[in-house]
Design a protein around this ligand. Structure first.
Ligand code: N01
Length: 548
């Protein structure tokens, strides 16, 4: 219950938001601007979400900082000075804290509080939110701003409990940092987190042994400091840049070369790839041609190029062979962007163990056993990823109309309309939920679009006297099909990735994000223009509609 203001006659709060990352903070700001009484529950002790938890060495964003930032207030984007093209985790966390202070958000942020359950009351149109401090509050709107990569995937390795050394997860890194000096370290996992942390751990540890299950594609980030001149040039055209990114499929300016790869000669392809590799760097690489994510043949040309680069960098041919993906599809698993990752395997203190054919057998008291061979280590770093997109939603016991459990409803994969709402759970909104572009876009732009959409929707409900909103079943069914149809036009479904949930043992394999931010925005605008087409809106005083 809110102890700062009297309880309203209907509910303790107008809105409860879960998560004080970039989505939750902006959501709170918007709700307050509308005069609503809102509270944010956050399990961590501070703001920043993913940037609060993922403090591993080398953590940095692979979307350019001038774009990976809020756009709701021009004064904020004019006054903040990003130091690097791709800023590191401490700088991004500093920015999150700056925003919390600048907009005086903290009085409505409740830290160290985990939401356990949320239950909808059909008759009062209210949600009851129970937290791990033993309290419960009621609210009219319940908004999950829990992020897409916020629940760790922790594989159950035999023997882990008996390991006598130190164990770390990149997704929950000790705030005081970790000193690996004089230690033999094992790193398990070679996704973005493993690839970013490898060079840093190797530089400090006596020995680093990387256990790789699937070789990954990674391109040089070409990170660098930003000069004041560069920053000012971007600031001078911020409005134009933000408008442009809203019209892009990935909500970022990748400098797309709008030409199909197979329409040019092999020499021209190489020239463009070399230019992207050496000059642009980062995820811009995949915009070298416009069909790399749609045409397997085109994708193969870029895969061959990266494999050749890996063999060129890594001096030990055995290591190079293990590191180079075979028959891999670039971007199918999310492309990584690195600083000196492959070069790190040229260090004498770095080993590589291929666990693709013989998985990690056991973790012993003193190390890791693979195929009967013991690798003695002092520390193990798990960079094994996340229960992406649904993990945090299903971490809360959410019960909708007639007590229906969200966990049951989504057992065979998430079902949403626009990644915003799900049938049977009125007035529950998801920021960048499954079925929205989310992880296939610049998250800050997707957050901007979703938070504005949710707050505009709430404003409409308030002014029209609507007490409930939820999707029509037909609209949800059609949207789920559409998300998959669009994904099937791309190379995304052709491998095992966290986009499909296939990284988590037992999770149903369903493609979760929506491909195409710009088309998604147009769809949302159309839905709103047609009076929330595909949603059921229940006016005050009316009983439940049979159509829901
Ligand atoms: O996680 P991942 P991540 N035995 O799932 C391996 C974002 N992010 O934290 O591929 C052995 O990509 C697993 O192997 P496999 C970004 O969106 C962004 O690195 O499943 N290995 C894989 O190699 C990113 O994509 C940034 O065969 C096991 C690794 O663990 C997302 O977060 C930085 C295993 C997990 O890789 C997730 O990245 C960091 C097992 N039992 C993260 N289980 C930037 O902005 C799993 N693995 C730069």
């Amino acid at each position: 219950m809110d102890d700062r203001s009297p309880i309203t006659s209907k509910s303790d709060f107008d809105a409860i938001v879960v998560g004080a990352g970039f989505a939750g903070m902006f959501m709170l700001h918007r709700l307050r601007q509308q005069g609503l009484k809102a509270r944010v529950f956050e399990r961590g002790s501070g703001v920043g979400g993913t940037w609060f938890w993922n403090r591993y060495p080398g953590a940095r964003c692979d979307t350019e900082s001038m774009e990976y930032s809020y756009q709701f207030d021009d004064a904020l984007q004019q006054e903040w000075n990003w130091p690097e093209r791709y800023s590191a985790q401490p700088e991004i966390l500093k920015y999150a804290n700056h925003v919390a202070d600048r907009y005086d958000l903290r009085p409505d942020l409740q830290f160290n509080t985990k939401v356990l359950s949320a239950t909808f009351d059909d008759t009062r149109h209210l949600w009851t939110i129970a937290t791990d401090d033993g309290k419960a509050v009621t609210t009219r709107y319940f908004i999950m701003a829990t992020g897409t990569l916020s629940v760790a995937n922790k594989p159950k390795f035999a023997g882990l409990d008996g390991f006598k050394g130190r164990v770390f997860y990149t997704s929950d890194w000790p705030h005081e940092g970790v000193d690996f000096t004089g230690h033999r370290v094992a790193l398990i996992g070679t996704g973005s987190s493993g690839i970013q942390s490898t060079p840093h751990i190797a530089a400090q540890a006596t020995r680093l042994t990387v256990f790789q299950r699937t070789p990954n594609f990674s391109v040089p980030a070409n990170n660098r400091g930003l000069s004041e001149e560069e920053r000012n040039a971007t600031k001078a055209r911020y409005g134009e840049l933000r408008n442009f990114t809203y019209q892009q499929p990935f909500a970022t300016d990748f400098h797309m070369n709008d030409v199909p790869a197979m329409s040019v000669s092999a020499e021209e392809r190489r020239r463009v790839y070399e230019e992207r590799w050496n000059q642009h760097g980062g995820l811009h690489f995949m915009a070298a041609f416009n069909d790399l994510m749609f045409n397997s043949e085109a994708n193969k040309t870029v895969a061959e190029f990266i494999v050749e680069k890996i063999h060129g960098v890594v001096k030990d041919p055995k290591k190079a062979e293990i590191l180079a993906p075979k028959n891999g599809v670039v971007g199918c698993k999310r492309l990584c962007s690195d600083t000196g990752y492959f070069e790190t395997f040229n260090r004498d203190n770095v080993d590589l163990v291929d666990v693709s054919k013989s998985p990690i057998e056991e973790i012993t008291a003193t190390g890791i056993r693979v195929d009967g061979v013991d690798y003695p280590v002092d520390d193990i770093v798990f960079a094994t990823g996340f229960d992406a997109m649904t993990g945090a939603m299903l971490g809360v016991d959410i019960r909708g109309r007639n007590g229906e459990s969200l966990r049951d409803k989504w057992a065979a994969g998430p079902r949403t309309y626009l990644g915003l709402q799900t049938v049977g759970f009125p007035n529950l909104f998801m920021v960048t939920g499954p079925g929205s572009p989310s992880v296939l876009s610049n998250m800050m732009v997707s957050i901007d679009q979703h938070v504005n959409l949710i707050s505009d929707t709430i404003r409409h409900l308030e002014s029209a006297g609507i007490v409930e909103i939820e999707p029509e079943a037909a609209a949800e069914d059609a949207w789920v099909n559409h998300v998959n149809e669009v994904a099937d036009l791309t190379v995304y479904p052709s491998c095992n990735s966290w986009y499909l949930g296939s990284n988590v043992p037992g999770k149903t394999r369903v493609f979760m994000p929506y491909v195409g931010f710009n088309t998604y925005v147009a769809k949302c605008e159309e839905v709103v223009a047609k009076g929330y087409e595909g949603f059921v809106l229940v006016p005050s005083g009316k009983k439940e509609t049979a159509s829901v």
